[in-house]
Design a protein around this ligand. Structure first.
Ligand SMILES: [Zn+2]
Length: 141
């Protein structure tokens, strides 16, 4: 974290890091658990330690916070850059987006199929559920 941040920007950053992706990821984990799929979390032997790994299916679900991962959907209201330290935030998000793209490409090169669930999509949890069931396929217990 650079030292050029104002105290306000620093505390904004700290609170964003603390809450980083936790809530959306928990919501997706709960949903998938309720649907009865088995998964493993953050496997460190895979590129980018993906959030939810379905080994038997060779599938991966990534849950992306819209701000940190730079959601570019024009309908997304959560990806807005803070008004101060615009350069810093923009650089950070650009870096994260590049890293996400690298990780997904690396996973797919290893034969994994990936789906990204964006934080703002969780407003419509039924739609997320339908998409995930389609992506993951039949539940085998
Ligand atoms: Zn979004």
């Amino acid at each position: 974290m650079p030292d050029i941040l104002s105290p306000e920007a620093r505390s904004a950053l700290t609170s964003r890091i603390r809450g980083r992706d936790t809530k959306p990821e928990m919501a997706v984990r709960k949903l998938i658990h309720r649907l009865g799929y088995r998964y493993r979390l953050h496997r460190s032997d895979l590129p980018g330690k993906p959030d939810l790994v379905f080994r038997g299916r060779k599938k991966i679900v990534l849950v992306h916070g819209c701000f940190w991962h730079g959601h570019t959907d024009p309908k997304c209201k959560l990806a807005r850059t803070p008004k101060s330290n615009v350069k810093f935030w923009t650089g950070k998000v650009v870096y994260n987006r590049a890293r996400d793209a690298r990780n997904i490409a690396a996973l797919e090169a290893l034969g994994w199929r990936t789906a990204v669930v964006w934080e703002c999509e969780l407003k419509d949890i039924d739609a997320v559920q339908r998409r995930l069931v389609r992506f993951l396929g039949r539940r085998r217990g």
